[in-house]
Write a protein that binds this ligand. Structure first.
Ligand code: ZN
Length: 172
């Protein structure tokens, strides 16, 4: 907990006006970096992401081979960070299409998972069970491959959050 609190201190300047930030208590007596010029307060929160579990009629799971760090060349669920204009469900549908070419719909919410991220410190991931309604399987965006794997032939899955969602539905 204290480690996370200390990470507030590694920001230097206001992203709105560039003034050097000062540490100051907010109304709830929580210490946060404030801008003495424009009043902007830096809140560091877990970064939200959505992940897609898509299983076909043959009980095979759709995975993507990641193109970029972290975990480049490793296998994961289709997933991505939620944009400001997306709901978690919309993010899941968009990421599924962008990374695999599959047009999908959210079937159900599986669970959420709070985990460590080497880039953002903490992420908050939402797992969705998806159903495919169209499209054509083709890797795209930040995926170099998109493949359906048999349940007993799964490669190692690189994110704890993704493993958690698969365990939650008794697939892993
Ligand atoms: Zn400012």
């Amino acid at each position: 907990m204290d480690d996370f609190k200390r990470m507030y201190r590694n920001v230097n300047n206001c992203i709105k006006c560039g003034t050097k930030l000062i540490l100051q208590n907010d109304r709830e007596q929580k210490e946060r970096p404030h801008c003495p010029n424009c009043g902007w307060i830096y809140y560091k929160n877990p970064v939200p992401a959505s992940a897609c579990v898509l299983i076909n009629e043959s009980n095979e799971l759709l995975l993507v081979k990641r193109k970029f760090s972290p975990h480049a060349d490793e296998w994961a669920l289709p997933s991505g960070y939620i944009e400001l204009w997306q709901t978690p469900e919309e993010c899941a549908v968009d990421e599924l299409f962008e990374e695999t070419g599959i047009i999908g719909e959210v079937d159900s919410f599986i669970d959420f998972y709070t985990g460590y991220s080497p880039i953002y410190i903490r992420t908050l991931s939402f797992g969705f069970l998806m159903k495919g309604v169209g499209g054509e399987l083709q890797a795209g965006d930040d995926a170099q491959e998109a493949v359906f794997f048999k349940q007993n032939e799964l490669p190692p899955i690189c994110f704890w959050s993704h493993q958690h969602f698969l365990k939650k539905i008794n697939y892993l």
